[in-house]
Design a binder for this molecule. Structure first.
Ligand SMILES: [Zn+2]
Ligand SMILES: [Zn+2]
Ligand SMILES: [Zn+2]
Length: 144
């Protein structure tokens, strides 16, 4: 069901060096996926290709777009849904191994669940709650 003819694969922009979407930045045996960027809808092999070639800021896919097909297996040309890719260690269609190191960069392409990012939100500003000054003893008299 997941099979697409190789001729239908979408174009991959950026500094691609071979047909399996490796680029000048990431070209190990495992670097075979390209990512469609949310900002322009185009496939690039990596975020560095995008920033060098696209000429605009990259945008991440929101959490609720996880069912969007935005990852291209360079080995067989199958487009995977984001959720599918994030859970897979290899291509479900051709069983090519994906680079496990890509998970470290997943936040550059896909918005990650805020609850799974511990300790990132604090800006280093200590939260000081001043309660004492606000408490005034004057209680509005209730009319009887
Ligand atoms: Zn873009
Ligand atoms: Zn690249
Ligand atoms: Zn594949």
């Amino acid at each position: 069901m997941l099979q697409h003819p190789p001729s239908s694969r979408p174009p991959v922009l950026g500094r691609v060096v071979d047909r399996q979407t490796r680029c000048v930045h990431y070209r190990t045996e495992l670097d075979i996926v390209a990512i469609r960027f949310a900002c322009c809808g185009e496939y690039y092999p990596c975020h560095r290709c995008h920033s060098e070639v696209a000429g605009h800021e990259s945008a991440q896919w929101p959490i609720d777009a996880r069912s969007t097909r935005a990852v291209l297996c360079g080995a067989c040309g199958t487009e995977l849904a984001i959720a599918e890719y994030l859970e897979a260690a290899e291509c479900p269609s051709c069983a090519s191994r994906f680079n496990p190191g890509c998970a470290l960069h997943a936040h550059l392409y896909f918005e990650v669940d805020p609850s799974s990012r511990e300790g990132v939100d604090s800006d280093g500003e200590p939260v000081v709650t001043t309660v004492s000054a606000a408490s005034s003893p004057t209680v509005p008299s209730s009319s009887t």
